[in-house]
Every structure is written in structure tokens, then in C-alpha cells.
Design a protein around this ligand. Sequence first.
Ligand code: UDP
Length: 501
Amino acid sequence: MIDIIEIDEHRRLSLDDYAADARFVGAVANLRAETARFRFLLDGRTIWMVNSTAKGGGVAEMLPRLCALITELGIDIKWAVIKSDREAFFKLTKRIHNLIHGDLSGGVELGPEDAALLEEVNRENADSLRPHLKESDILVVHDPQPLPLGGMLKKSVGLSTVWRCHIGLDQRTDATNSVWHFLRPYIERYDRAAFSMAEYIPGFLEGRASIVTPALDPYSHKNRHLLLGKTVGVLCNSGLQPAYGATLANDDEYVHKVKRVMPDGSTAVPGEVGLLFRPIVLQVSRWDRLKGWAPLLDGFIRMKQGLGQDGEGKVMSRNRHRIAQARLVLAGPDPASIADDPEGVRVFREICSRYRELDSEMQKDVIILQLPMQSRKQNALIVNALQRSAAVVVQNSLREGFGLTVTEAMWKHLAVLGSSACGIRNQIRDGIDGLITNDPEDPDEIANNLWQMLGSPIWRYQMGRSAQMRVYEDFLIFKQVSRYLKLALSALGTERISWRP
Ligand code: UDP
């Protein structure tokens, strides 16, 4: 049974609230004026967003506010999430996800049994969504998990369809050729497709695909400004910092604490780990091999070891101190919340066992955190506070469709150490908004980049400033709303209709 997600709770902020902020007044006015010219084309229609999860990951992160703002613009939009209790389905879609990223580890071949499973789960979900739909509606399906559903519903309901793919690879490999060959029949039943980057559009979709860059909401709990007291309060209340006095945050909201992985493999509430006092190198992501966790850990260790190898005179004592004090925080969802993602659990365990092999001094400087996922708001505030506590945010992805974690950190005025993965290098201009590690599997390059960034606070500050401007200009939600509406219109084949003045 498909889940229709209630989006009312996210509607408390209106476009007027954004427009009351001098930074966003122009963007809101542009969006309203633009929408007023084509809204009549969407009258009487519902735009349906369909994806595979209501919590966790970039798509679920962005949809609630996007839907709320589109509703406020006078356009009917709903959000549905497909469901399945079949582990094999999630294993298969994970394989498809990895193949689109060019990862062959799950094998290349996708055969008729895979197609049958994908279709069966999608048929069940299509059947439960169908009664809600009408012919004039526009279905926007996100990512491969619900992909076959679009063709099924188009055939029976006749509505307009868009497939929005958030992942991709900027190269053609055996893996990508094989997975696009497998998915092509499902995609071709759609009226239109959209990708995050031009590099990801497979050849057979040329001329039929749009670009929709992801974006963030500057007023979301993940990205809103936090005063210092609030940041500290969130850290204290979630167990990331001992409170040395009363805090402002309401403890009732923080029933679920962050857990730290301990050297003996157990978990504990972290307590004092230096978040407020030391230069923190932070990566927050899902436990996915493609996020480059292991080489990041190795790179950090090498940076620390480099300190011992360098002659006393070579490193300025200030920098020596900074690097000696630096700590690495690796944060991701509590594995209990990702039981439907066995590979994620495996990756998490691998990182933990690498951690257990470190010597006890290094173990103090590496902090693996499991973030509670029960409350979206609490999780978002924890990520927000963690990012604001960091000196350097890293996103060492081997592959990355876009990388909202990068955008989030850039918006918070932080210099990010990204990788050359397509989504990341399209956000960070190397040396301007942050640094790019060309080979995210090379611990020496990571160590060197971390060393440079930690050792140059003024340069970091300048890069952070320019990073924030970059997000302001290109990656805020107002532009994204406009891009989605144009995408919906393109599925109707009306994008070339001359709009009313
Ligand atoms: N995220 C989170 N809690 C976690 C791990 C990740 O809220 O424990 C969020 C993160 O802040 C970001 C999103 O999940 O907003 C991940 O999006 P991204 O585009 O970076 O990667 P994806 O997960 O979609 O591959």
C-alpha cells in the first residue's frame, strides 16, 4: 500500500515569511511573478510526487517544503511514498542505484527475475495509488525504485508523467550501459525525464530530458541559522556535549540521544568529545560505500601521522597544535533505522571494525556517531549543530549525484573538502568555495588537503564566504520550485505555449 504523506505540518512558513527577509525578497517576487503567468495551465490538475522513502536521504529531505511552497502558489501537489516489505526489492534497487553510479560490486547482469520483482512491487503500489489519480494529473516519479509505476499509471489513467532521476555518472561504463539498457523500457513510457546534471543524461534521452538542480531551504531545521546558545543547547540535549549549566533547548524533544561507537564495539552517549573546543573535521552521510568513509578515515589518520614525521621546524607551532587537536567525526543514521538497507549496515560495521583496530590515542580522535532518526526535526537540528561546530566539512564521495550535505555546509559559510564526484565538483569551485580531492580513494591526497585547510583558517573563512554566495545564487529552494513547475509543464507538452502576459 502506498503512503500518502501529510505535508501540512511543513506549511507554517509562508512565502511572505521568506519575503520578509531582505536576502530573499527578490527571489520570492520573481517566483510569484513567473508562476502567475503559467498557473492557468495547471488549474484543476494535481502534481503527484512519488518516491521511495519519507525519511532520510536527499529526496525526502527536499520534498516537504517544495510541496508546501508549490501549494502556496495555488497549485495542487501531493506526495506519495511507495512501500514494500520485501528485502529482495531493496537489495535489487540498491544494486540498480550502484550500477547507475558505475559500481559493479553487485554484478552487472540484471535479468528477467529482477524485472519481475521490480514490476511486482511497483504494480502493488500503482494499484493503491490509482484511485487517487485523474487523467489531467502530472506524476513526477523520483529515482529508480518507483520507476515502472509511471508507465503502469500512464497506461491505465492516461496522466502525464515525468521521471526525475537524482543519481547518475558522468562516464559511460559497462555498469551504466547495462543498467540503462535494463531501465530504458520503463523510462521510455514517460513523457519527460529530468536529471541533476547534464552529464548524467543517457544518450537515448537526448532532447527529452531537463536539468533540475537540487536546492536547500534556508529556513528548514537543517539549514536555519542557529544562535550560539541554540547550537550548544542542541548538542547538550542530544548527548553530544555535557551541559555545564542550564540550556535553552527543551529536553523533552530529545528523548533519543546520539550514540558514539566505543572501542569495545559497544555504544554510549558521547559526552565530551571536543565539538566546541577542537577543530572538527566532519562528514555526515548515509552509511554507503560510495560516500568514501574508509579512505576519509585513512586520510585523517595519515594527516595525524604526518605530524609525527615532519621535522619540528617544518610546521608552524600554531598549525602543529591545530592538527594535533583536530578530531574526525563520522556521523550517519542509527543503523537500527536502516534495517531495510543491509549494505548500509555492512558499511557501518566495516567502519566500526576499522576504528577498533586503531591505537587507543587515535581512537580518541575519531568519533563515529549514530544519529537518532525517530524525529525528523531533532535529526535535522543535530546535523545543523554538528555542521556549525565543524572547522571543515568533508564529503569524500566516490560518486555523488549532487550532494546536499555539501550545499548545507556551504550555506553555513563553511569551506568544504569535496571530491571530484560530478555532483560535488559542480557545486564547489576548487580553491574558491572549498577544495576538491581529485582521487577520493587516495588517503595521501585527502591528508594533504585536510592539512592545508586546517592550517589556513583565514583561507577557510574566505572560501566559506564565497561558498555561501554560491548557494545563495544557485541552490536555494526558490529556483528549484520554478524548475519543478517548468518540468511539470514540459510533461504536458505545453512548455512552448506562449504564456499569458
Ligand atoms: N542526513 C541526515 N541524517 C543523517 C545522514 C544524512 O539528515 O544521519 C541528510 C543530510 O544532511 C542530507 C541528506 O541526508 O540532507 C543526504 O543528501 P545527499 O544529497 O548528501 O546524499 P544522498 O543521501 O541523497 O545520497
